[in-house]
Design a protein around this ligand. Structure first.
Ligand code: WQD
Length: 339
């Protein structure tokens, strides 16, 4: 079956392309390369031993999207394409709403026009905001998002809920926790353009000498060691979850469906625990200092993943150590090349 992967040259998208291909699907990438590099396609070809078809398309371009849907005989879509920088989104709300929500609406319209009715949507645990009840389940109240980026995911889910009620579409939204790591080959991985905002690429860039030192954003939180707690999930486990969700949609008898799943490990680690694990895995001492809290950070969040375990038959298998080891191998392969 032919699966369209929008944003398929990105971090999670490219790893999902590997998982799809290895599960017997034919992934076809559409990407506008606004936040990814064409070199990812070379990495994918080396891993898979074959070329992955890719169309340079912006998902706001309905005509181009429709043409690919028809010419590639698409059976289902996994939609990653979106802007995803939390901090950037606060200064550019209209660009984020236009791009993230506009492209989702365009994609849905084209899917209806071309009778493609299976969709996996990339959502985020950020929709839960700051919450007392941990771990969060899919029934945990969704809060007004702390960032414009998070709001595009929350509103995106609401759009999908309404559209699946009105049309014969089968849709699953996956709420990711914190994706880390890289394919064990070291041929693809996270490619943050500019200064990384996420923790793990900043850690590996500091360890390789690209960054002077890491700032830990606050150690006065009410957690075991004062630093924030997150559910760090290996990107290959996350990729496998997309395949499991797609397979679930394909066997669903119902004419339409909208469902949501947490995709995490089910456990939380603090920033300091992650640093210590990285030092152990890399055999290096990381230069870091404690700084001020970062506005918008939640104290702690990790997921209850029983629903995905039971309904999708999916469970994260890789450890934090493996994720950090794979991220470090990828960074060493990249070298100190500034992105
Ligand atoms: C993790 C922890 C920081 C950098 C965001 C989005 C989420 C998803 C993943 C897109 C926090 C601390 C970080 C640094 C630090 N993105 N940190 N020093 O904010 O949990 O989640 O990225 O889908 O939707 O919200 O991830 O990696 O930025 O931060 O101390 O230089 O690391 O304070 O506690 P976050 P993160």
């Amino acid at each position: 079956m032919n699966i369209l992967v929008t944003g398929g040259a990105g971090f999670i998208g490219s790893h999902t392309v590997v998982a799809l291909s290895e599960a017997g699907f034919t992934p076809i990438i559409v990407d506008n390369f606004s936040n990814s590099e064409i070199s990812v396609l070379t990495g994918l070809e080396k891993i898979l031993g074959k070329k992955v078809r890719c169309h340079t398309i912006d998902c706001n371009d309905a005509a181009a999207l429709r043409e690919v849907m028809l010419s590639e005989k698409i059976d289902g879509v996994i939609h990653f394409a979106a802007f995803k920088a939390v901090g950037e989104s606060m200064g550019a709300p209209l660009a984020y709403y236009r791009n993230n929500l506009g492209s989702l609406v365009t994609l849905l319209e084209v899917m209806l026009e071309t009778s493609v009715n299976h969709l996996i949507f990339s959502s985020s645990c950020t929709v839960y905001g700051e919450t007392e009840t941990l771990p969060v389940t899919e029934a945990t109240a969704v809060k007004p998002a702390a960032s414009v980026y998070g709001n595009t995911k929350r509103v995106g889910e609401e759009i999908l809920y309404d559209v699946a009620k009105a049309h014969p579409l089968k849709i699953i939204a996956l709420r990711y926790f914190n994706p880390i790591g890289a394919h064990p080959s070291g041929l693809i991985g996270e490619l943050p353009l500019g200064i990384p905002s996420n923790l793990v690429p900043f850690v590996t860039q500091t360890a390789i000498g690209l960054r002077e030192s890491l700032t830990v954003f606050g150690n006065d939180y009410p957690t075991k060691d004062g630093t924030c707690v997150r559910d760090y999930i290996h990107v290959m486990d996350l990729a496998d979850a997309h395949v499991a969700a797609l397979q679930h949609l394909l066997v669903t008898e119902k004419p339409s469906l909208y469902d949501v799943f947490n995709v995490g490990t089910g456990a939380g680690n603090s920033v300091l625990e992650l640093i210590q694990t990285f030092e152990d895995v890399s055999g290096s001492t990381l230069r870091y200092q404690i700084g001020a809290r970062r506005p918008g950070d939640v104290t702690a969040i990790w997921g209850d993943v029983h629903k995905a375990n039971n309904v999708l038959g999916w469970k994260a298998r890789r450890t934090l150590r493996e994720g950090l080891a794979d991220a470090w191998r990828w960074q060493q392969q990249l070298g100190a090349r500034n992105k």
